[in-house]
Design a protein around this ligand. Structure first.
Ligand code: AMP
Length: 175
């Protein structure tokens, strides 16, 4: 099942050279999302990594982490916390700035996003250099939560992003 899913996702990912800047090959997952069966299978796979475990919250990073994170949270009987780009959240915030494969970014969550000790799973579409995920783990910890692990649809293994993460990392497709 998982091998067939890996092949199906690989077949649907569109590789876009030199986006958003020269030298970056962008993995466009929109064809995966547009395929009803495949999208559903991917959501089930992500949720399956923590099925049967007690999860309080799923956190997803703006913007593609919202798509999978929000779909997965109800399956895990968990809430969903958006980690947003600067200036988008209305309440008091905790923020973290980090380097991206292409540029730098800041992510923010509300200071009261978590209850102390909340068990959290981080979900995003793709792990590249690991800066985004590491910043999200740091945000969760600053807010008093415990990070159980990170789940990605795609991992660019050659960038070794998982070395920045001190929690279990699960990826469906690894390049
Ligand atoms: P990083 O912080 O380098 O691990 O970058 C991960 C974040 O940037 C994820 O939210 C991805 O959606 C996005 N990203 C980075 N590199 C790529 C890429 N080559 N293709 C698609 N998305 C990417």
């Amino acid at each position: 099942m998982s091998d067939a899913l890996v092949d199906a996702v690989k077949a649907r990912i569109r590789n876009v050279p030199d986006f958003p800047k020269p030298g970056i090959q962008f993995k466009d997952i929109t064809p995966v999302l547009a395929d009803a069966r495949l999208f559903s299978d991917c959501v089930n796979w992500v949720a399956g990594q923590y099925a049967g475990e007690y999860v309080d919250q799923v956190i997803g990073m703006e913007s593609r982490g919202f798509i999978f994170g929000a779909a997965v949270a109800p399956q895990l009987h968990a809430g969903f916390i958006p980690a947003r780009k600067p200036g988008k959240l209305p309440w008091n915030k905790i923020s973290e700035t980090y380097d991206l494969e292409y540029g730098s970014n800041t992510l923010e969550i509300h200071e009261d996003a978590f209850k102390p000790g909340d068990k959290v799973v981080v979900v995003d579409d793709l792990l590249a250099t690991g800066g985004t995920a590491a910043a999200t783990v740091a945000l969760c910890r600053k807010a008093g939560a415990e990070v159980l692990g990170c789940v990605f649809l795609v991992e660019l293994g050659f960038l070794d992003g998982r070395s920045k993460l001190d929690v279990p990392v699960h990826s469906l497709v690894v390049y």
